[in-house]
Write a protein that binds this ligand. Structure first.
Ligand SMILES: [Zn+2]
Ligand SMILES: [Zn+2]
Length: 456
């Protein structure tokens, strides 16, 4: 019954590629473009690209259209990237003069005169081949305009200034703490059963002093709230959600996004980010998109955490947390605050054996889940959510990817012959247990932040 309800809910959060949505978004983009709303057009073309099937010629049209919007917005470098993308995705030959003109215009604006000249030559020979009849008159006019512009620029050309000095390293603003990496020496690390691991001031802190700087172990893009909520609501939404505005991996604002090959949800700032995300976690998360959106960001963070940590580390810590359990069947005991073993020389859970704190999965695993403070209903719901994720991993044949047992060749295509048994494999049970722990940890840490905000 719960499973059926979940399936219904997932239908509202669409992350599959829908080619019909793509052409619809592209039309909307064209409409905005004609109205001179280039930024809106840009977003709609990105949405369209995310719905096109990879390798289809239509996806090249999306990139080409988007490059036109980028040119109008003055983003010449990004415009060139999109033109290259269009060309490498099979842009139709007969339309090529149009984008070549755009490319030459971009290069001229960027003062890359030699390249602009080369492009114009290619264009001229193309037009000579095709014959003037098939070439648009406006294109010929544009070509001669660009040639004049090129000539002018060449006459008064100065060497292009690329005087961008190296970005100065951020000055070290604090005296480093010898025991806590990334923290100021004004802090020390403590532990108690109620609050878990925490920082206290060990000397006076000046207003504005930087105290801690640590890269997040895991981060997930918050989807925002504009998901269609009506049952049977099929209208595609032209509004931009966070998924349209920020990179799925590094969270940078998006200009011309690179769509995921598998879903319409994940969009990246660059092909590099797309490749890295795929390698680190998205090859597992991709087909689970709708489920993760439905279950919420805590479940998503929990899954990504175990994927980033790797199964070896996850199972090491889960097994270690069982040590000393009198009653293995008691999930409360399994999520107990860990206090003794692995606690480091100073007795602070999550630190290395030398008592040093460092950002790591071990440090994260030892955050308190405060199991006793969650209501039984809430814990049950969390468990159902986590089991739903693991079941889908098993059913879609992604288990090997989670357990890091596959060869890199298998990354690109998960096998779909998954087991359909009701029982989770022992390994996935371990994964589920770790994920449940993380969901509960997230819940109480989020509450702690809210309390801090309320207290100012
Ligand atoms: Zn990125
Ligand atoms: Zn994807």
């Amino acid at each position: 019954e719960e499973e059926a309800a979940l399936v219904r809910l997932c239908h509202r959060a669409r992350t599959d590629k829908e080619p019909e949505a793509a052409s619809w978004y592209r039309e909307q983009g064209n409409r905005e473009f004609k109205r001179g709303q280039y930024r809106a057009a840009l977003r709609l073309y990105s949405k369209a690209a995310s719905h096109e099937l990879p390798g289809s010629p239509e996806v090249s049209l999306c990139f080409a259209n988007r490059s036109a919007a980028l040119l109008h917005l003055g983003h010449f470098e990004v415009c060139l990237e999109d033109i290259d993308r269009a060309e490498s995705h099979g842009y139709p030959d007969r339309l090529l003069p149009k984008v070549l003109l755009r490319k030459a215009e971009c290069l001229l604006c960027l003062e890359r005169l030699q390249e602009a000249q080369d492009i114009l030559k290619v264009l001229e020979s193309k037009i000579a081949q095709n014959g003037v009849v098939t070439t648009h008159l406006t294109q010929l006019k544009k070509l001669s305009q660009l040639k004049v512009k090129l000539h002018e620029k060449e006459r008064c050309s100065e060497p292009a200034q690329e005087a961008r000095g190296g970005i100065p390293g951020e000055p070290e603003i604090w005296e480093k703490n010898s025991r806590i990496s990334g923290a100021s020496s004004s802090l020390s690390l403590r532990f108690d059963a109620e609050r878990g691991r925490h920082l206290v001031a060990s000397q006076d802190i000046v207003p504005g002093q930087s105290l801690v700087k640590e890269e997040a172990f895991v981060s997930v893009l918050c989807p925002g709230e504009s998901l269609p909520l009506q049952d049977g609501d099929t209208a595609w939404d032209t509004r931009a959600t966070n998924a349209d505005l920020y990179c799925h991996r590094c969270l940078r604002p998006l200009l011309a996004s690179v769509p995921c090959q598998g879903c319409s949800y994940a969009k990246y700032c660059s092909q590099d980010c797309a490749d890295m995300a795929w390698q680190q976690y998205h090859r597992t998360e991709c087909s689970l998109g709708a489920l993760l959106l439905t279950l919420g960001v805590f479940c998503h963070v929990a899954l990504r955490t175990v994927l980033l940590a790797g199964f070896a580390e996850v199972s090491r810590l889960v097994e270690w947390s069982h040590r000393g359990d009198k009653n293995l069947q008691n999930p409360e005991a399994r999520c107990k605050p860990l206090s003794d073993a692995g606690a480091g020389s100073r007795g602070i859970p999550g630190c290395g054996s030398n008592g040093q704190y460092q950002s790591s999965y071990q440090a994260l695993f030892h955050l308190l889940p405060h199991t006793e403070q969650h209501s039984p209903e809430h814990k049950f719901l969390c468990m159902l959510s986590v089991v739903a994720i693991c079941k889908q991993l098993q059913a879609t044949g992604l288990e090997a990817a989670v357990l890091n047992q596959e060869s890199p060749q298998q990354w690109s295509k998960p096998k779909t012959c998954g087991k359909t048994s009701d029982e989770l494999s022992p390994e996935l049970k371990t994964v589920a247990e770790a994920m449940l722990r993380h969901v509960l940890q997230l819940q109480c840490n989020a509450q702690a932040i809210t309390v801090m905000q309320e207290l100012g």
